[in-house]
Write a protein that binds this ligand. Structure first.
Ligand code: AMP
Length: 586
């Protein structure tokens, strides 16, 4: 995908993707053939009895739909070195850790060169389309990216988060250069073992190169909001460092200190300019274009559980466009955002038909149910036989099933997507929610998306006290009789008792699921509880996940905490400052 002089050839990438998109069914069949041809002798596929067959019909007949739990014994054999070819013919040498924010602990997944190639392919594809609409010049990117620690498993395999595994490859560096995404920060910052120190240095390096920065990004929007919230706290210290040319004593990691000190020279005029600009801002509105005047956009995943951060992100961005990035997971990538101009709320992902074989389990709500609104319908699913990539129907919802080049076969990802349209013959997916995250006491079922909508509606009431919601999560308390929903909020400043009481009642009434409403009326679900948390609680939860091996780059706050996640529940319960109960339904 390089032209004669070694530069990235945008039009060629687009041309190739367009060609694949016109015949996605055939590309999918070829992809399945390649996967099965390369891995037919693996222990797992042999056990399935596939017997060397490579066609879609046999594949579906012999290989069952599975969850992570079903594959765990095979993954375990790989991890402890017992059989590195349990899932793929070519032995697996690296393991990825998922963020673990859904189930409370990271999942182990096989990782290999093919997944790296897929990642580079998706980066290049979405960049080609993005750059056509929002061209950038050669310069730098302020990227809030962090590698987590890698470690050796019992069987001697290298293990780390998927993003870390990718950052550690030569292909990553080469691709970043090609797609004009050279980070402001030296590697020692990205690979530093302490994300708080890395974040400080990312901000510092971003300011040093402020005129060169072409865009600002992070894997997930949370990472960008988190960075600028931190900036609000440390900007004066950053100015001081730039003025004096001496790095703050808070950076204690020697390699990071040396690398950043090399680019930090005394620049009193730059420090004065930053100081003046920061002081002129009203509540930090438009911070990004003010400090990075040549930035063309902000880039990162802004869909799904990231949507609640959009308001704050827009505040920092001022009039700078927000571009939502691609859809993937530690299990592999799924689709690229090639409709760059769509606002993040309307972002769709066009599946790359040659990076995996994709099936979709149709999910339909109970016909007997009376509710008419769409989000409530999400929760009440009936499942049907999976269909192929090109057989999905516009407007319908599905669970994604992945077969990849790293040993996952008909693997249920647990994500719910909706088909919004087709790009030639490829469906375009809208991310809806993770299936497992549900609030349910009895007949009610509310997804993380339903909760998000109810919280958004209630949080609007905070505006009258000039307060804003920092983050939220929830759980179902079954120790009361009847059980009830508990929603935790962290807000940035005090709000009055009456406002918070109103927020609590508004939230209770904003769940549109018929099961919830009828149960509340019949008192088979108790009053909703709103619990206000100490400031900084969500930072502590982030720290908790990082201690478990997750990376900031992959962090997604789970919006419904299950019973298996006692540790997070403990942090939440110990941080409550005030509680409110909604009133009974009339
Ligand atoms: P991880 O555990 O870090 O591998 O996270 C993967 C999960 O993140 C996916 O299964 C999705 O639930 C979520 N995710 C990834 N990309 C997106 C996206 N573009 N929009 C919404 N959610 C996403």
């Amino acid at each position: 995908m390089l032209d004669k002089v070694g530069a990235f050839c945008q039009e060629k990438v687009i041309e190739e993707f367009e060609a694949k998109s016109r015949d996605a069914g055939k590309v999918q069949d070829n992809t399945l053939w390649r996967i099965l041809h390369e891995n037919g002798q693996s222990e797992y596929l042999q056990k399935c009895g596939l017997g060397g067959r490579t066609d879609p019909e046999s594949y579906r007949a012999y290989v069952p739909l599975v969850t992570h739990a079903d594959l765990e014994p095979y993954i375990q054999k790989i991890v402890n070195g017992e059989n590195k070819s349990a899932l793929t013919e070519k032995p697996i040498s690296t393991i990825s850790l998922s963020s673990g924010t859904t189930q409370g602990r990271p999942k182990f997944l096989p990782f290999n060169d093919e997944l790296v190639d897929n990642t580079m392919q998706i980066y290049r594809t979405s960049f080609a389309y993005r750059n056509r609409e929002f061209p950038i010049k050669s310069g730098r990117a302020l990227q809030f990216i962090y590698s987590s620690k890698q470690f050796k498993t019992e069987g001697g395999l290298l293990a780390g988060t998927a993003t870390t595994n990718v950052y550690n490859t030569d292909q990553f560096k080469a691709t970043m250069k090609d797609i004009l995404s050279q980070s402001c920060s030296p590697d020692e910052v990205i690979f530093g073992a302490d994300y708080k120190q890395s974040l400080y240095c990312h901000l510092l390096c971003g300011l040093i190169y402020s005129d060169e920065v072409q865009f600002i990004s992070s894997t997930f929007a949370h990472g960008i909001v988190h960075a600028f919230r931190t900036f609000e706290q440390v900007w004066e210290e950053l100015c001081e460092d730039i003025k004096e040319g001496v790095l703050s004593s808070r950076i204690t990691i020697p390699s990071m200190r040396i690398a950043v000190s090399k680019i930090l020279k005394p620049r009193p005029e730059l420090a004065a300019t930053i100081r003046r600009k920061c002081s002129s801002l009203n509540n930090w509105y438009g911070l990004v274009p003010q400090l990075w005047p040549n930035a063309k956009y902000i880039y990162g995943i802004m869909t799904g559980s990231m949507e609640p951060y959009l308001k704050k992100l827009r505040h920092y961005a001022g009039d700078l466009p927000l571009l939502s990035s691609d859809y993937g997971s530690s299990e592999g990538w799924i689709g690229a955002n090639v409709n760059t101009r769509a606002p993040p709320e309307e972002a769709v992902f066009t599946v790359l038909p040659d990076i995996g074989y994709f099936e979709f389990i149709p999910l339909r709500r109970d016909v007997g149910s009376e509710e008419t609104n769409l989000t409530a319908a999400l929760a009440v699913y009936n499942e049907f036989e999976p269909v192929g990539l090109t057989e999905v129907k516009v407007g319908e919802e599905y669970e994604v099933v992945v077969t990849n080049f790293a040993g996952l076969y008909r693997y249920r990802l647990g994500d719910v997507v909706k088909i919004k349209g087709f790009y030639n013959s490829i469906p375009q997916l809208q991310f809806i929610c993770r299936r497992s995250l549900l609030l349910t006491v009895n007949v009610d079922k509310n997804t993380e998306k339903d909760l998000q909508l109810a919280v958004e509606r209630a949080a609007e009431l905070l505006a009258k006290d000039m307060a804003e919601l920092v983050d939220f999560t929830s759980y179902v308390d079954m120790t009361s009789d009847p059980g009830h929903y508990v929603v935790f909020w962290e807000i940035n400043q005090e709000a009055s008792e009456s406002t918070l009481q109103d927020c609590c009642c508004c939230m209770d009434r904003s769940f549109l699921d018929a099961g919830y409403i009828s149960s509340r009326k019949s008192k088979t679900i108790g009053e909703l509880e709103l619990k206000i948390l100490q400031r900084g609680t969500f930072h502590r939860i982030l720290d908790h996940y990082l201690n478990l091996g997750s990376a900031v780059s992959q962090f997604k706050m789970p919006r419904c905490i299950g019973a298996s996640n006692q540790a997070v529940l403990e942090i939440l319960k110990n941080s409550v400052t005030k509680s409110y109960l909604s009133t009974a339904f009339g």
